[in-house]
Design a protein around this ligand. Structure first.
Ligand code: UD1
Ligand code: UDP
Length: 387
């Protein structure tokens, strides 16, 4: 039996690691340990509850407005201590966060094999997304097993001269999680009714644009250009916007500056009614209702990696508010489009998608290039064989 230590700390890592952790816990080939770095606090807690995962270790490192150095130092010293006191056969990290990258570096110093889920994504620009492009390249340098979600990601690694025998295409575990949630919502019709009630302030006669933005490289002017574009779009009669705001203080400061009194918060104890606002702001939404909202949306505008991967399964056009994406598969499949971080261009592209039926219909196809829901199973078989 091999002991695997999963190390993660942010919302998307929790969502994408959970299906693998849960399967591995039931698998006699593995003993599973989980370390939460605590890089996120409020945004990750509901996910541990939802998936029923209880971390064995919690580094609890989050502080408001933390820097990349703060995160790195916290993971380094915390994980170092855990590895000095516990014997593990492999460390599992996911994606490109600083928690994942530093965990892989500490594992390397301890000469413990690193298993990298969602390996091989590349934008080709070390500063975009920042610092994620560096984090995933750094993780690849020390990984023993590279689990690429798509063939494109595998080819990126081969191109960087990683041996083909160490690279495996598995699909993205985020799609496993999404399928689980969709099944749960379908099996429990009362959930739909519950969410419909919670979001009853949304107008039935308007299209919903669901929006999330949080990328560090967009902080300040680029993000404010996007928000100014959103403000302009909200003036259309046929559209209203719901924006679950990331908890990063920089995102919130820009939202306050640009939207001001034009936006209304929904979860501040006040009753809100349809038609009272065209821009609704709210705290980050729990994962299951977020999937409900994606499903209800007419269009999704986001700079999120995970949302770009999920939306095609729900047949929703995605406008990716980024200069570059490491997920070209959705663009090639026709379900997503990059949208410039300049107000006027942003409005032009968004208006085209909203007004031109042929563009909208082409993008609204339920074809997911990122996986079929079987990634976790494949990953465990590969790890059992190659670790
Ligand atoms: C991190 C990851 C990013 C990932 C994103 C997912 C890095 C460098 N960044 O970025 O790759 O796309 O998570 O959301 O690893 N905060 C809270 N409560 C929370 C979470 C965040 O208050 O539960 C606030 C805190 O003020 C915190 C700030 O948000 O300091 C930034 O969090 P941080 O994890 O540093 O950056 P993210 O932008 O969330
Ligand atoms: N998500 C969520 N609530 C929200 C916004 C996003 O549950 O209010 C989920 C979303 O479905 C996806 C993941 O969080 O699975 C993406 O996280 P995020 O955008 O923070 O990070 P990224 O994927 O960009 O690293």
């Amino acid at each position: 039996m091999k002991t695997l230590l999963f190390v993660f700390g942010t919302r998307p890592e929790a969502i994408k690691c959970a299906p693998v952790v849960l399967k591995a816990q039931k698998d006699p080939r593995f003993k599973v340990l989980v370390c939460s770095t605590g890089q996120h606090r409020e945004m990750i807690r509901p996910l541990f509850d939802f998936f029923g995962i209880k971390p064995d270790f919690d580094l609890d490192l989050m502080k408001p407005g933390q820097t990349l150095v703060d995160i790195s130092m916290g993971v380094m010293s915390g994980l170092n201590k855990i590895l000095l006191e516990n014997k593990v056969d492999g460390i599992v990290v996911q994606g490109d966060t600083s928690s994942g990258f530093i965990a892989s570096l500490v594992s390397f110093y301890h000469k413990i094999p690193v298993i990298h889920i969602e390996a091989g994504l590349r934008s080709g620009d070390i500063f975009s997304p920042f610092p994620e492009e560096f984090n995933r390249k750094g993780t690849a340098l020390v990984a023993k097993i590279h689990l690429a979600p798509t063939e494109t990601a595998k080819q990126n690694l081969i191109h960087e001269h990683y041996p083909e025998k160490d690279v495996f295409v598995t699909g993205n575990t985020g799609i496993d999680a999404l399928f689980e949630v969709k099944n749960k919502i379908e099996a429990r019709p009362e959930l739909n009714a519950q969410f419909a009630d919670k979001y009853s302030f949304l107008s039935r006669d308007k299209n919903l644009a669901l929006v999330t933005v949080h990328r560090r490289e967009s902080f300040g002017e680029p993000m404010e250009q996007v928000m100014s574009g959103l403000l302009e779009l909200s003036r259309r009669n046929d559209l209203e916007l719901l924006i679950p705001l990331h908890m990063n203080p920089q995102v919130r400061a820009s939202a306050q500056k640009i939207f001001g009194d034009n936006a209304k918060w929904i979860d501040k104890g006040e009753t809100v009614k349809p038609g009272q606002s065209k821009i609704w702001l709210c705290e980050p939404v729990d994962y299951v209702p977020f999937i409900y909202l994606m499903d209800r949306a007419h269009i999704i505008i986001t700079d999120s990696g995970g949302v770009q991967e999920e939306a095609p399964s729900l047949g929703k056009p995605i406008l990716v508010a980024r200069e570059k994406t490491e997920r070209p598969e959705a663009i090639e499949a026709g379900t997503s489009m990059l949208i410039p971080l300049k107000k006027d261009e942003f409005i032009r592209v968004a208006t085209d998608v909203l007004d031109k039926k042929e563009i909208y219909q082409r993008m609204a196809q339920a074809k997911n290039p990122f996986g079929d829901g079987s990634a976790s199973e494949k990953i465990l078989d590969i790890v059992a064989k190659h670790l």
